[in-house]
Design a binder for this molecule. Structure first.
Ligand code: ZN
Length: 271
């Protein structure tokens, strides 16, 4: 794990890259920030998490780090120990953690519930959706540390690296570390409700677009040519043929959340 800092003093905000070793976009964003060394109004901790997995260009060595929290310093796995080390390093930091995916090119945020900070910050990021992990938070970084995760784009793409850079700067601006203003957008909110499991097969296919509604009765995927059909309507999130070993991804519902700051009254006059 590599830890660096912008500015002086004790950081209360952190940017994390490389939780997964096959997602290099965030590492490039952090390297660029360190090269630029901008003047910050508050100190920022910068962390590259799983250097061993990044070196080997694999998601993890022993287990998925983003399912290994809170971890344990004496764990049997590399990621189990790293989870404990990373959680300790991030204690009391609002954390921004960058990922990339095989499922969807447009950036989106993933949060563990829509608390005040998620509602305040997420609409100021250049994202197209907010995903609440709902019942699928177990083991993820945001169960150990207050974290906004972002999916920056397609794994290994140049666009994902550029998006990671833009997202990081928007986050640092939204929390007052970098100067300037951020634009508040109206962003749709989705909540994960189910896993779309897949049995063992040679070939997997996905027929639907992420964040686009699937109707009841619609075939959304296939395993070795055998179609999977939606029992009820849902929105696919993080769905891809080969992104995960045991699931296609997740089924989500669209939820109405008041993303405006302040009270419900002030929200009604928001433009
Ligand atoms: Zn990831």
């Amino acid at each position: 794990m590599k830890v660096a800092k912008l500015g002086s003093g004790h950081p209360e905000i952190a940017v994390v890259a490389g939780v997964h070793g096959d997602e290099p976009c965030g590492v490039r964003a952090i390297e660029r920030l360190l090269d630029d060394d901008p003047d910050v109004s508050r100190p920022v901790k910068l962390i590259v998490a799983n250097e061993e997995a990044l070196e080997r260009r694999v998601r993890f060595l022993d287990e998925d780090l983003n399912r290994a929290f809170p971890g344990d310093p004496d764990a049997d796995t590399h990621e189990g120990r790293l989870a404990a080390e990373l959680a300790a390093e991030l204690e009391n930091c609002l954390t921004f953690s960058m990922h990339s995916t095989q499922s969807h090119a447009e950036p989106f945020a993933i949060v563990n519930g829509l608390g005040d900070r998620a509602r305040e910050i997420c609409p100021r990021l250049p994202i197209t959706a907010i995903v609440d992990s709902g019942p699928f938070a177990a083991g993820r970084l945001f169960t150990a540390v207050e974290t906004i995760e972002v999916e920056c784009g397609l794994q290994g793409s140049e666009t994902a690296a550029e998006n990671a850079d833009r997202l990081t700067r928007a986050f640092l601006t939204a929390v007052g570390a970098l100067p300037g203003d951020t634009v508040r957008r109206d962003v749709p909110v989705f909540r994960l409700v189910d896993r779309l499991s897949k049995g063992h097969a040679e070939n997997y296919e996905v027929f639907v677009e992420n964040f686009t509604r699937v109707d009841a009765g619609e075939a959304f995927a296939a395993a070795d040519g055998e179609a999977r059909t939606a029992e009820e309507p849902f929105y696919p999130v993080l769905v891809s043929p080969y992104g995960y070993s045991d699931v296609f991804g997740y089924a989500a519902r669209r939820v109405e959340v008041d993303l405006a700051e302040g009270t419900a009254e002030s929200a009604t006059v928001r433009d």
